[in-house]
Structure formats: C-alpha cells, structure tokens
Design a protein around this ligand. Structure first.
Ligand SMILES: Cc1cc2nc3c(=O)[nH]c(=O)nc-3n(C[C@H](O)[C@H](O)[C@H](O)COP(=O)(O)O)c2cc1C
Ligand code: SF4
Ligand code: SF4
Length: 255
C-alpha cells in the first residue's frame, strides 16, 4: 500500500514507479481527505509507503491532516518507507513524518526514508519555463527512482539525497507556510479563463468554486499546492508577478 499526495505529478510518478516494481497499490491522500477514509488494514508483512512533496522544508498540510486521522493496522514485520520529492532541499520531512507517525498511529516499525530531486514547482521563487532543463532534472531523477524502487523491492535501507536541514531550523522556516497559504494571493485573468472548471474539479482542498464561469476561492486559506496554477490550460491563475512569468509544470506523464 502506497499513500501518496501529489499536486503536480512528481510524487505520483515516483509512487507509480514503485508500485510497478512492488505490485503494491496506490491510495491517494487527497481522495481519502475528501471521502474521510482514514482506516486501513495491511497484511502481516506488507510494504507500507508514503510518497509526497516537500513544502516549506516540511510536510504538506494535507499529509499532516491525513496522518493525524490515520488508523493503520499493520503487522510488526511491515516494511515502512517514506519518499519525499523536492526541488531544492528535502528539509526535515524525513524526520518529521516518522515523528508524526509514531505520535499519531500505532506504527512502531523502523521507517526507511529517501528523497528524489525533481522540478521545483514553487514558482513564486523558481522558474520552470526551460523545458530542456526540466527534462534533464527528470532524467536524473529516473536514476534515483530506479534505485529507490529496487531497494524497496528487496526491503533494504534507503538514503536521503539533497541538503537536509535540522528539524528546529526547518520548523522555523515552515512557519511561513501559514501566511503563504492565503487564497487572497490568487489572481485570475478573466480574459484568458475559458470557464472550463478544471481548477475547481482538481483542487485537493475543495477551496475553489465556479461562479459566473470563473473560479472563486471560498476559504481564506488552502493547501497552496499550486495545482490550480500549473494545471490551468490557459495559465489564467497566478499568485503574483513572478509566478506569472515563471511558467507552468506538470510531470509529463501526469498531464
Ligand atoms: C507550497 C510549496 C512549497 C514547496 N517547498 C519546497 C521546499 O521547501 N523545498 C523544496 O525543495 N521544494 C519545495 N517545493 C517544491 C516541491 O516539493 C517539488 O516540486 C515536488 O516534487 C512537487 O511534487 P508534486 O508534483 O508531487 O506535487 C515546494 C512546492 C510547493 C507547491
Ligand atoms: S482551469 Fe483555468 S481556464 Fe479553466 S476555469 Fe480554471 S482558471 Fe479558468
Ligand atoms: S486552491 Fe489551488 S493551490 Fe489551493 S489547494 Fe486548491 S489547487 Fe491547491
């Protein structure tokens, strides 16, 4: 069983590659939050994986919300692992999720952790408009994903790549996620917006409603996953000048 959160496809791609290698199945965390499904049972020595992106050097809010309610009945011999995807630094997610799992669930098994560098989708800061650069990052990631999937098949230890950050420092930086999550930051170009409703349909926090053929945010904060920005066929949504000029990115096979 592989629990996945993915806004723009990077983590979903990693989870699918692992699932192909292990013949495990994927459980989408966003679907679980929507349907309030939090109870899962695994067989005695099943593999249990968590795959998700790094947000502000820590955990995405949907992952925290999910794990806080998760009731996972897994065997003592279960092989538990975590793979985070990141663009610049995996921060302290490898330390934070195991802590949360131990606090909130009955998982006592050791947790193997790995990370994969992929295209950084935080476009208020990073530019994703160079397709050749993105392709190079995707190709490098494939090598890492292959190694991780093979290690998971043989239930071996995993290793983190990228610059890891001490938990205290990551927590300090992560506190800015709260202010960055304000939906008042979204801007919509009404001339570009075709009213297709895709942004509302795929928003994992259910914060977007269509009104008068345009999206409207119905809560002061959301997960700020940027799926709506990256998936809009007309690039009609942005969160400020830089995100408007930094392009859109969805992992190719997840478009
Ligand atoms: C809100 C937000 C915060 C992010 N923070 C970080 C970060 O702290 N460090 C990092 O390396 N990448 C960061 N990223 C980039 C993503 O972790 C990375 O692109 C990831 O692979 C996206 O996964 P997904 O396509 O499965 O959603 C952030 C992205 C978003 C949307
Ligand atoms: S996805 Fe883009 S074009 Fe479609 S309704 Fe949303 S903002 Fe408009
Ligand atoms: S409104 Fe956009 S950024 Fe916020 S949770 Fe929904 S899809 Fe993600």
């Amino acid at each position: 069983m592989i629990f996945v959160f993915s806004a723009t496809g990077n983590s979903m791609h990693v989870a699918r590659r692992i699932a192909n290698a292990t013949e495990d199945y994927i459980v989408d965390i966003a679907d679980c939050l929507r349907s309030e499904s939090f109870e899962f049972q695994t067989s005695a020595n099943e593999r249990v994986g968590f795959v998700f992106p790094t947000y502000f050097l820590g955990l995405p809010l949907p992952v925290e919300k999910f794990v806080e309610k998760l009731k996972l009945h897994c065997g003592q011999d279960a092989y538990v692992y975590l793979v985070t995807t990141f663009g610049t630094s995996p921060g302290a997610s490898a330390a934070l999720l195991p802590r949360l799992l131990k606090e909130r669930t009955c998982i006592t098994n050791p947790i193997n952790t790995a990370s994969v560098r992929m295209v950084d989708t935080w476009t208020p800061m990073f530019n994703v408009s160079d397709a050749r650069r993105n392709r190079r990052i995707e190709q490098r990631a494939e090598v890492e994903i292959e190694e991780i999937a093979s290690a998971i098949v043989t239930r071996s230890g995993l290793h983190m790549s990228g610059l890891r950050i001490p938990v205290w420092l990551a927590r300090l930086y992560h506190s800015s996620y709260e202010t960055e999550r304000r939906t008042s930051r979204f801007r919509i170009d009404r001339e570009k917006c075709s009213g297709c409703g895709r942004c509302a349909r795929f928003c994992p926090s259910g914060t977007i409603q269509m009104a008068d053929r345009h999206p409207r945010w119905n809560a002061p904060k959301c997960f700020m996953c940027l799926r709506c920005v990256h998936q809009c066929p007309s690039f009609a949504i942005d969160i400020g000048y830089r995100s408007r000029t930094h392009g859109q990115y969805i992992y190719p096979e997840c478009k």
